[in-house]
Write a protein that binds this ligand. Structure first.
Ligand code: SAH
Length: 334
């Protein structure tokens, strides 16, 4: 049993089963034992690898997209920046084009803030988006929304019930709440994150008020392709694992519903594409060829990275890119 498993079991024994969202909040954000509070989980030696950690080309393509949307005075905000790799790669592109945006990182993890400071020395930090001063902004979020707490519901013959974490013979186990008066949009399993919805709504409000654009990249689906089972997933050392197995030592994530996100961005201009198509349209193929020509010894590594980022059976279609802008301006990548 991990130390956090003991704490969670004691809490459940005292006050009853908790929602999947509460479980996620404790596992990822507990001040002493939370997964993101205590470690840098990224990279080949960690639990999972993200696109910016696969190759500099990813951040460079995002940098080109930012350059297309940026004008003097626009703040650049990244939510959940991990090691700061994406931003460091994007800033190289922006500075090459004489653009020097003020950079803000929205990050709660002290360990990752330190890593970010090492990559982007002149960044500013906030724990919530509303601490970033008003004004036009470009917001970037790669694999950020999937780290926010999500609640899960299941339709049963008795009505909608919430999936909960309780105790089964002194061990953490999943169960279902009593029926709830809910009216989700579709039958089966249904997931909802109040936190993710609130942050997206705040981005939308700021774009409506002050202008700007946002790029959200995550793995997810269109509503019509909603998965038939629960959305919560656990990853450890790059392999799926039981989400209740090692609380605080396992990454917990869930899949994003991109149609739902688009609804929250109503009144703004949105576009969605697969990550592979987006990166191809931004010119990642040409960039890979140029880098390979400059460093022939790295050609295989670059080809491998290109494949991982764009191939349909890798990150190319499961990962999606949602762009949103306040005005209907031209936008590369879609
Ligand atoms: N974007 C990075 C890291 C993804 S991991 C990359 O692609 O490599 C998720 C990131 O979100 C981590 O930096 C984590 O510390 C941060 N995070 C998780 N919950 C958060 C919250 N509630 N507020 C701000 N940052 C959060």
């Amino acid at each position: 049993m991990t130390p956090l498993a003991r704490i969670i079991a004691e809490q459940i024994a005292a006050t009853g089963p908790i929602s999947v969202a509460e479980y996620m909040r404790l596992c990822l954000g507990h001040p002493q034992h939370g997964y993101y509070t205590t470690r840098d989980p990224l990279g080949e030696a960690g639990d999972f690898t993200t696109a910016p950690e696969i190759s500099q080309m990813f951040g460079e393509m995002i940098g080109l997209w930012i350059a297309s949307q940026w004008h003097e005075g626009t703040r650049l905000v990244e939510l959940g920046p991990g090691r700061g790799t994406l931003m460091a790669d994007a800033l190289r592109v922006l500075r090459g084009a004489d653009m020097a945006p003020e950079v803000w990182f929205v990050e709660t993890s002290p360990v990752l803030r330190e890593a970010q400071a090492g990559r982007v020395g002149d960044a500013r930090w906030a724990t919530m988006l509303d601490q970033v001063p008003d004004g036009p902004l470009i917001a970037i979020a790669n694999e950020f929304f999937d780290a926010l707490p999500v609640r899960e519901y299941l339709e049963t013959p008795q009505g909608w019930r919430e999936r909960q974490v309780g105790l089964i013979e002194d061990k953490l186990g999943f169960g279902l709440s009593s029926p709830l008066p809910l009216r989700p949009e579709a039958p089966g399993w249904w997931a909802q994150s109040v936190e993710a919805d609130a942050i997206l709504a705040e981005i939308a409000n700021r774009l409506r008020a002050d202008g700007g654009a946002a790029l959200i990249i995550d793995y997810g689906y269109a509503s019509a392709d909603r998965p038939a089972g629960p959305t919560l997933q656990a990853l450890r050392s790059h392999a799926p694992q039981d989400p209740l197995e090692a609380p605080g030592e396992t990454d917990l994530t869930w899949l994003q519903d991109f149609d739902h996100m688009r609804k929250l961005l109503c009144g703004l201009h949105t576009r969605v594409s697969g990550q592979g198509a987006f990166l191809a349209a931004m010119g990642i193929g040409q960039r890979a060829a140029k880098l390979a020509a400059a460093t022939p010894g790295a050609a295989d590594t670059l080809a491998d990275a290109l494949e991982r980022l764009t191939a349909p059976e890798q990150m190319g279609t499961l990962f999606k890119v949602l762009a949103v802008s306040a005005t209907d301006r031209p936008m590369p990548g879609f």
